[in-house]
Ligand binder design. Structure first.
Ligand SMILES: *Cc1c(COP(=O)(O)O)cnc(C)c1O
Length: 531
């Protein structure tokens, strides 16, 4: 077989897989219906949008002109005068959020960042990267930020500028945090300096096109916004935009002589192709076509809610949201469909490639009678008279309840120290339990504010980890890890992270996260000690 032939086969196979998967990709908000083939010639050119798209640069193989047009377009969509707008095309939602938070931190170095526990995982990561003091705020059951808790948290730190991250369309439930209410609370408390960043990854492309949008833009009082490009618009490469007011970034720039650019963006070299793609998508379709697309998505979402409910599967969605939340289906459905689960619910997002027919097929699969012997990890109660899987009879922690595991020496006063550190910082303990092994001990607590408690404990010098992970004790000898990995693999679970958090003479304590923690616990329960 020639090398050339080999290469072709590999590529053809990959293409087949992608085409096949796209049909059943209903759980993640990526539009699959785009066509950028007129841009193919640009793949033969080296493009680099290094630097500020609104400044002159010496490096001319760029698409800055197109990038500026994209930014102005999004300004119009988000209630900002295009002449006042500054922004750039990012590598995705995470970078857009990082930019907004970076700007907030530069403008308000003493600020405290607030975000809901429903916020995207990029927010906590960004807060850590930027070393921003932060406070997580509870969420309501439907995914919107809990305004009472926000008020309480803001009141605690009312002497500091408030940086609030509002999610406009949460990833899991499509909830929109209400910006007018957030502003009202800030005003009420007399907090003079504030900055609101909107994480509008998906809904930033939806709300501009509906008749009764929730307020989300600059006219509602935000200072910056991040919107994804590869989600609703759709693109073969991840991308997004970040947008703010021109005068806010003026302090950030630093001229770099080498390439003659104003260095206002997070990365140096930047993708020149994605601004071109977004520009093309915006102009190729036009505003009426985008309105039509959004209407179609929301119609399909409503159809899905009704169809699920008709078949006895509890389903709902937020106003103006294509995210349909429904009872977690049996495991076989996940094997066939790309769906995102969270605890006892799952969601689909009716992106443009999802139509009524797709919904019919999905609902059929969700209600299809179970095979005679249900897999032991099946999440639904067994309908066949077989005993329920063992783990089902054990208490299962609610999806939102997280434990904190603290590795500590087994000595007098340790619990008092832990409880004291938390109490001093206003964190309530919901439960506390200890396990000791000779000199060593593990203290397991639950609190009303996991992230906060973790930060406090780590600052106080404890080795504390949040227990989204399953904690297992492994014999500390070669091969033990391979055995564990094998058991998870046999159960059809992928290992996401694996950390040895403690080593003792005979065994090690490891924290494992997988696709599905409840199933992982079940798979490991018979052979291992789970803490
Ligand atoms: C998808 C998403 C992001 C992040 O997007 P990436 O492009 O993956 O970095 C941020 N926030 C929300 C609410 C999202 O849904």
């Amino acid at each position: 077989m020639t090398v050339q032939h080999d290469i072709e086969i590999r590529l053809a196979e990959l293409l087949e897989i992608l085409k096949d998967e796209e049909q059943r990709q209903v759980g993640y908000p990526t539009n699959q219906t785009f066509d950028y083939s007129p841009l193919i010639p640009f793949l033969s050119h080296s493009l680099n949008n290094v630097g500020d798209p609104f400044h002159q640069t010496n490096y001319r193989a760029n698409t800055h002109q197109f990038e500026r047009e994209v930014i102005r377009h999004f300004a119009q969509l988000t209630g900002l005068d295009p002449d006042d707008a500054w922004g750039y095309v990012t590598s995705g939602g995470t970078e857009g959020n990082m930019y907004g938070l970076y700007l907030a931190r530069e403008l308000h170095p003493e600020g405290m960042l607030y975000f809901s526990e429903e916020a995207h995982y990029s927010i906590l990561k960004n807060a850590r990267v930027l070393n921003m003091p932060h406070t997580t705020v509870k969420r309501q059951a439907d995914g919107e930020i809990d305004y009472d808790d926000l008020r309480d948290m803001l009141a605690v730190h009312r002497d500091r500028p408030a940086v609030v991250l509002a999610t406009i369309g949460t990833t899991m439930r499509g909830a929109v945090d209400d910006i007018p209410t957030i502003r009202e609370i800030i005003d009420d408390l007399g907090i003079a300096e504030h900055y609101i960043h909107a994480d509008a990854a998906l809904s930033g492309m939806i709300l501009p096109y509906v008749a009764d949008p929730q307020p989300f833009g600059f006219d509602a009082g935000i200072a910056s916004i991040s919107i994804s490009g590869h989600k609703l618009i759709g693109a073969p490469l991840p991308c997004g935009i970040v947008l703010t007011r021109n005068h806010l970034v003026e302090t950030l720039g630093r001229a770099v002589e080498l390439v003659g650019v104003n260095d206002t963006t997070l990365s140096g070299s930047r993708n020149g192709l994605t601004p071109l793609m977004l520009w093309y998508a915006i102009h190729r379709h036009g505003e009426d076509a985008w309105s039509e697309t959004v209407r179609g998505m929301l119609d399909t979402a409503e159809y899905a809610v009704q169809k699920f409910n008709e078949h006895g599967i509890n389903a709902w969605r937020h106003r103006n949201s294509p995210t349909v939340v429904f009872d977690r289906p049996p495991q076989e459905v996940f094997d066939r469909w790309q769906i995102a689960p969270e605890g006892d619910v799952a969601h689909i997002i009716t992106m443009p490639h999802v139509d009524f027919h797709t919904i019919d097929l999905l609902v059929d699969d969700c209600i299809r009678p179970r095979p005679e012997s249900p897999p032991e990890h099946d999440l639904q109660p067994a309908e066949t008279g077989l005993p329920a899987p063992e783990w089902e009879t054990e208490p299962i922690h609610a999806a939102t309840m997280q434990r904190i595991v603290i590795m500590a020496e087994n000595r007098v006063g340790i619990i008092a120290q832990i409880a004291g550190a938390l109490a001093k910082n206003g964190v309530n303990l919901n439960s506390i339990a200890t396990e000791t092994e000779g000199q060593h001990g593990v203290v397991i607590i639950t609190t009303d504010r996991t992230d906060h408690a973790l930060a406090i404990l780590n600052q106080a010098g404890f080795k504390a980890v949040s227990d989204e992970a399953v904690l297992v004790q492994l014999p500390d000898h070669p091969g033990a890890l391979a055995n564990l990995a094998g058991e998870l693999k046999d159960a059809g679970l992928n290992i996401r992270t694996f950390h040895i958090i403690e080593r003792r003479d005979e065994f090690a304590t490891a924290a494992v996260t997988t696709d599905d923690q409840q199933r992982a616990k079940a798979a490991l329960a018979s052979g291992y000690t789970i803490i």
